[in-house]
Design a protein around this ligand. Structure first.
Ligand code: TYD
Length: 217
């Protein structure tokens, strides 16, 4: 990959906000870790983060997903909205604060996840409106969508874990996969989305992602 001195110097300065997306089992966490290493090599100060967050609201969401609490889909959608705003606005470690400090941010899921996962159960327009403030406060320089089939996702989930969480059924993964396509179609003219085929070996996917991110610099 080209590494002319002027570009290198430029890279040091330009901080990015990148969101990794895809259905369960798509390999986001692996790719987030690989991308973080790459960006550090390129001279970035990287802040890696995720949603649902580990705030009190995020913990409540995880309790719902593991069946410790019960909630209606509309309540879950509202909790994700609140968790995301907390993620963005927290005074000490919120994303806006991290941006100010010059970090390049990689988040494992962002509002496109809500469009797809909550949009699979309720009108997507409502979910998009409910997330409009987040999108307005901080929208990613790039959404990276790692595309796998629901069958592959389910196979990977059941191979890796004993119990499946709420949403991790074949029927739901199919709905979410479909909703991701719809959500991408809705925002692709306004936002920057890179789609990569996640059925391939992780190193191949990582290489595509590296190239897409490099093009932003
Ligand atoms: P995930 O990133 O898969 O976490 P883990 O690695 O702990 O399983 O996210 C957990 C679940 O949260 C996943 O099934 C997707 C769901 N989710 C939503 O339904 N809406 C959202 O807005 C987000 C961010 C996640």
């Amino acid at each position: 990959m080209g590494s002319g001195k002027s570009k290198k110097q430029y890279i040091m300065k330009k901080s990015l906000f990148i969101a990794l997306e895809g259905i369960d089992g798509c390999g986001k966490s692996t790719q987030a870790a690989l991308l973080s290493k790459t960006l550090e090599k390129w001279g970035h100060k990287v802040y890696s983060t995720f949603e649902p967050t580990d705030s009190a609201i995020g913990r409540m969401i995880r309790d719902i997903f593991s069946y410790r609490l019960e909630a209606d889909h509309r309540v879950i959608a509202g909790l994700f909205v609140a968790d995301r705003l907390e993620h963005i606005l927290n005074k000490q470690h919120g994303l806006l604060q991290k941006r100010k400090e010059g970090y390049t941010i990689i988040t494992d899921r962002y509002y496109l996840s809500s469009y797809a996962y909550q949009g699979a159960h309720m009108p997507m327009g409502w979910v998009m409106e409910a997330n409009a403030l987040s999108a307005q406060l901080l929208s990613p320089d790039l959404h990276i969508y790692i595309n796998i089939s629901p069958a592959t996702g389910l196979g990977r989930i059941s191979a890796g874990r004993p119990a499946t969480e709420l949403f991790e059924t074949k029927e739901n993964l199919q709905k979410v996969h479909q909703a991701y396509q719809e959500a991408i179609d809705k925002i692709k003219d306004k936002e920057h989305i890179f789609i990569t085929n996640g059925e391939r070996p992780p190193e191949k996917v990582a290489e595509d992602i590296r190239k897409a991110v490099w093009r932003l610099l």
